[in-house]
Design a binder for this molecule. Structure first.
Ligand code: SF4
Length: 432
């Protein structure tokens, strides 16, 4: 049958979609674009905010209206946390975030037997990591590799622990086998992905931690760049940095989730660090890596956040000198502890987001300017604006003059200038 998948949300959801696509092809089905005519449509949903739920419903309604005869299947975090709401939408198959391969068998069953099927497990009862086929989407030079699922941090604004269950780690040998496979398939970069990768190894109870995993990937796929997904500050210790700096393939870009630069607000968020511990992580990374790109997430207007607290946050982010920031006005998530706290007005959340964005833009430009004159091995991906675009290890975009011959090739580039969002450079010499 012809199957089309629409994916909302995070890298893990995108990873699971590409895994479902390759498994469906293995089964002899054809993957078509979501706008094309298909026998079955899968909506792989997100539920990180109430807005994500709404977007998920919009896509479901749209496909139900446009493709009346086709099978409509819904999976992911929305049904996992809001089964009743999804059940009421009148789709053909409903499943959660567990057992993605089992979900595909149910899809075939629903299509063959033309009857409603629902399969949503209790996420907190999960104990085993579901190993899925690794890969990247076509033409992509980098592949995501999911190494962990679940989270038990219970930040007060977050529903993910309920959607994804406890921490489950992929065994080191499995990850190494998949990394070697990705190298053999020609990928030049592996993005280590998960719901909370800082917890990798926690459930394996063999003393292994994230740094053991990274060293393992490096030995299994030598020469393939390793890029890290989002990290918790507790991961960044002297020992971690010492060993990480010795991994030649590790890209010095660290997405260290901050959320607030004020200790009182961090306490209300139930984040597992304070600003002193966060700053220690930033200083360690700057000590062990040459001009690392430290990037982060920030929530503005969190419940009960005062103007003074926010001023402290602005001052703190300046001290961290982030290369890039993702800024989110707080979005209430019913069912989380933060939803029960005294809310800040929408205008306050957005006004603070604007002020933080202005700081972030200044820091980003300063970081880009600091790249001028540097030489980076750039992994080239695609044409853009009459030039050819790629990414340096610090994940800054680099443009050079050149064509398709550069696709999926790594070249040394001297950075000549920075303009706003990207760097422009000249290729030095063959590096392959
Ligand atoms: S660390 Fe916090 S924000 Fe991140 S997934 Fe876990 S509970 Fe959610």
């Amino acid at each position: 049958m012809k199957v089309a998948i629409y994916t909302l949300g995070c890298k893990v959801n995108q990873y699971e979609t590409q895994a479902m696509e390759s498994a469906l092809r293995e089964k002899g089905h054809e993957i078509v674009d979501f706008s094309a005519q298909a026998d079955a449509y899968i909506v792989n949903t997100c539920s990180v905010t109430a807005v994500s739920d709404q977007k998920s419903r919009q896509i479901i309604h749209r496909v139900q209206k446009q493709r009346p005869g086709a099978v409509v299947a819904v999976c992911g975090c929305y049904p996992q946390t809001h089964a009743e709401d999804v059940r009421a939408l009148g789709v053909d198959l409903v499943a959660g975030t567990g057992d993605r391969m089992g979900f595909l068998e149910l899809l075939e069953k629903t299509a063959a037997e033309k009857r409603y099927i629902e399969s949503i497990d209790e996420s907190f009862e999960r104990r085993v990591f579901e190993v899925l086929p690794a890969g990247g989407q076509s033409r992509r030079t980098r592949a995501m590799l999911k190494v962990e699922d679940g989270c038990v941090n219970f930040c007060t604004y977050c529903i993910i622990p309920y959607a994804r269950g406890p921490v489950r780690s992929a065994p080191l040998e499995t990850v190494q086998k998949q990394a070697a496979q990705l190298k053999a398939e020609g990928y030049r970069e592996i993005v280590v992905t998960g719901i909370e990768i800082s917890s990798w190894g926690r459930d394996l109870k063999n003393g292994q931690t994230l740094i053991d995993l990274l060293e393992g990937i490096s030995s299994a796929a030598p020469g393939v760049r390793i890029r890290l997904g989002s990290l918790e500050p507790r991961t960044i210790t002297e020992e971690f940095c010492h060993r990480a700096a010795a991994i030649p393939e590790l890209c010095p870009q660290f997405h260290l989730s901050l959320q607030s630069g004020c200790d009182e607000t961090l306490r209300r968020m139930n984040r597992r660090y304070d600003t002193a511990r966060y700053l220690e992580s930033v200083e360690l990374l700057n000590r062990f890596f040459r001009r690392p790109a430290i990037t982060t997430d920030l929530i503005t207007g969190f419940p009960e956040e005062t103007e003074e607290e926010f001023d402290r946050t602005l001052e703190f982010i300046r001290r961290c000198a982030f290369a890039q920031m993702h800024i989110f006005p707080y979005s209430i998530r019913p069912g989380t502890p933060a939803a029960g706290m005294r809310q800040n007005p929408k205008s306050v959340k957005e006004e603070r987001a604007h002020r933080a964005a202005a700081e972030a833009e200044e820091m980003h430009e300063a970081y880009l300017k600091g790249c001028v004159g540097e030489v980076y091995p750039v992994l080239f991906e695609q044409p853009r604006d009459g030039a050819f675009s790629g990414h340096a290890p610090n994940y800054m975009e680099v443009l050079v003059s050149g064509g398709e011959e550069l696709h999926n090739v790594i070249k040394n580039v001297r950075i000549l200038r920075a303009d706003g969002q990207a760097l422009w450079g000249e290729i030095l010499e063959e590096t392959e």
